[in-house]
Design a protein around this ligand. Sequence first.
Ligand code: SAM
Length: 266
Amino acid sequence: MRRVKNLYTRAKGTLKNGLLQATMGFAGTECLKARELYLNTNQVYLAYHPDSHCDYASHPEFGELLARFTAFNLSNNGGDIPRLWSLILNIKQILNEGIEGDFAELGVWRGNTAAVLAYYAQASGRRVFLFDTYEGFKKKDLVGVDANKKTEFADTSMEMVRGVVGIERRQCHYVKGHFPGSILDEHQRSMYAVVSLDCDLYEPMKAGLDFFYPRMSKGGVLFLHDYSSLHWDGAKKAIDELCCKAGEFVILLPDKSGSAFLRKTK
Ligand SMILES: C[S@@+](CC[C@H](N)C(=O)[O-])C[C@H]1O[C@@H](n2cnc3c(N)ncnc32)[C@H](O)[C@@H]1O
């Protein structure tokens, strides 16, 4: 009985802290939306932070990264803390293993995940290339399996992204334009240790995998968003094709939008 009570007290504390942290720096309707999700729907469940954080305080950067991860995106990312933890833990693993290479993201939008990459890129003296149109989807990508999709993600700006990522992150190279047309020689010559592909559609996802996979160091990690969400068939199709061609396998995460990870084994 005492054990159950302790668990309940710990859970209540975690929920309260989670809400406090998730709403840190935000007010008004965003807070209400998050609270509503917590209280009134079956979309959420309570989860602990990792022991390495709670019992060993191994991730003092978590508070800053949570604020950046949820900035201007609280209603979605405020409830997707497992995704944040998976980025933090796996990037730190790559750094601890000494896997060489730069970092990159294709699909930045407002910079929430880019901020996490940029933090560790700066801490480890690596560059991070952030590829996006910074104007949302382009019509030429809305073909084939994605023909029924609408243009989205135009509601951002370079100023907003720089603010979310942090202007102090000097390792960041913002690469504005339609991918793969935006690739330059210096991107071709780089090797990569950490790459996040979060561009939703088949055409850019395929182009991203074709470009980055051969340039990943052995052991490097690809974060592949939306793989099992069922919202983005094109992203899944491109990932399945790459796995089939390269003889690689994904691991699925139980986060909100069905991320998959792949560590290059060859
Ligand atoms: C889901 S959003 C990225 C979200 C971001 N990674 C995060 O977690 O906060 C998808 C992004 O992919 C970008 N994108 C899609 N196709 C692209 C292309 N061909 N070239 C460049 N950017 C593209 C869009 O502009 C949009 O910003």
